[in-house]
Design a protein. Sequence first.
Length: 87
Amino acid sequence: MKRIDIYYGGEHYSIGGRRYEDLREEIEAGMIAGPYWLEVNDGEGQMRAAHLLLTPGVQLAIVPVPDEDPGPSSDGESAENGTPHLD
């Protein structure tokens, strides 16, 4: 996985070098324990740490970004959404 995009409070952040499943488990465990600070990258390119306070009611989306485009499958359909792939 290339990175995980984070959408929080209408802003875009990212996390690199982590597995999606591990991050999701970390967030869930942190939320169960109470307010939780999640360290993310703010900005593009060079790492600039930001800390997001996760609390009930705060909208958060985590979106895995794959390393490469999977391209068409062997049956001519796009691996991403199952729609036909036309060359």
